[in-house]
Design a binder for this molecule. Structure first.
Ligand code: NAD
Ligand code: UDP
Length: 337
């Protein structure tokens, strides 16, 4: 039986993919250096899935160790999520971002090449589109990085494109995520970064609901959107995870490099997300309007039809599901910490 290597598998997105792989009885190994996730996630995965989860502590920049893992575990495909992901941090420390996200991916690709593993699903980001020139954003939209994090994803996509040209045996899917939020329905898995506090909208709303912050700052209400607040394409983490299973099935039969947007195709404003959270949690969120956040775009949402067609993938979960599961996780997580 073939075995999948899941890099960054104890992180937010990786742990949800792992839960689906376990549910589908797929053979897989997680590697992570736990720089931004907790080892307890592995135990939680075992509790949720009722299965032993294989994992090896490993930094993706350690090519030798990767080669050993790829050989010993008889890996046939890699789902590569391990990366650093904070835009703000990438501006303050670009070298670290290029080191982990670019050199780390090169190290992985070299290890894969050495062992002859040529199937890859890569985590890219909608950030690479920069300021939208038109909406909804399809995969043909021009690429324009506005920060080192986005640039690191573009560099990797370019490396993958060159790799495919040099060797037609590779099968690679690059998934450009829009805004994943929410948590696993079991309440044990969710967004739980180790070091850096998330500055994303829903985690901040939850901190306000928990009393950890006094109020939510809404970054601008003068965008040309219906209520003036910023619009994003929020996608439930379990929908995002299921696209990886589809992508994994897809690369079994397709050689080349394929890029897909992963979003719902529906834009949701900051106010709409707050209202939805208030409805499901029955908690009023104190809020103030402040200036626009530097570097923010007004509206950004996907045209996900390519993924619908080629991956035969659909999103299933609603904005209410996103808010409810994230809120549930924040409560259980606090209790068992
Ligand atoms: P995360 O930080 O929760 O998970 C990343 C995991 O990678 C962590 O467990 C971390 O410990 C691990 N890691 C980091 N550096 C490593 C290294 N050098 N070696 C081994 N492991 C390492 O982040 P996430 O939200 O789960 O993101 C996963 C992927 O999705 C990343 O590539 C990210 O850029 C991409 N992405 C995320 C979002 C988002 O909103 N969460 C959006 C677009 C793209
Ligand atoms: N936002 C906000 N207050 C916050 C965090 C975010 O008003 O404390 C807004 C932000 O300006 C954007 C939307 O919420 O319009 C989503 O922001 P997030 O950081 O979650 O995603 P990104 O902007 O990276 O797509």
């Amino acid at each position: 039986m073939s075995c999948i290597l899941l890099t960054g598998g104890s992180g937010y997105i990786g742990s949800h993919i792992a839960s689906l792989l376990a549910r589908e009885d797929k053979d897989f190994v997680i590697i992570d250096n736990f720089i931004n996730s907790k080892k307890s996630v592995i135990k939680r995965l075992e509790d949720t899935s009722n299965k032993k989860i294989n994992f090896v502590e490993c930094d993706i920049r350690n090519t030798k160790k990767l080669i050993k893992i790829l050989k010993e575990k008889k890996i046939s495909a890699v789902i590569h999520l391990a990366a650093k992901k904070s835009v703000e941090e990438s501006i303050l420390n670009p070298l670290e971002y290029y080191d982990v996200n670019v050199s780390g991916t090169l190290s992985l690709l070299n290890a894969m090449k050495t062992v002859g593993v040529k199937n890859l699903v890569f985590s890219s980001s909608a950030t690479i589109y920069g300021e939208p020139e038109y909406l909804p954003i399809d995969e043909e939209h021009p690429i324009n990085a506005i920060n080192p994090y986005g640039e690191s994803k573009i560099i990797v996509e370019n490396i993958l494109s060159d790799l495919i040209k040099s060797d037609k045996e590779w099968s690679i899917v690059s998934l450009r995520y829009f805004n994943p939020i929410g948590a696993h329905f079991c309440g044990l898995l969710g967004d739980d970064p180790k070091n850096i506090k998330s500055a994303n909208l829903l985690p901040v709303i939850i901190e306000v609901a928990q009393g950890k912050r006094e109020c939510l700052k809404i970054f601008g209400n003068d965008y040309s959107t219906l209520d003036g607040t910023g619009i994003r394409d929020y996608i439930h983490i379990m929908d995002l995870a299921s696209a990886h299973i589809k992508a994994f099935d897809f690369i079994k039969n397709a050689k080349g490099l394929y890029v897909f947007n992963l979003g719902t195709g529906k834009g949701v404003s900051v106010m709409e997300l707050i209202n939805c959270f208030e409805k499901v949690s029955k908690i009023k969120i104190p809020k103030i309007i402040v200036n626009r956040r530097l570097g923010d775009v007004g509206s950004c949402f996907a045209n996900p039809s390519k993924a619908y067609e080629l991956l035969n993938w659909r999103t299933k979960y609603s904005l209410e599901d996103m808010c409810q599961t994230a809120w549930n996780f924040s409560k259980t997580n606090k209790l068992i910490k």
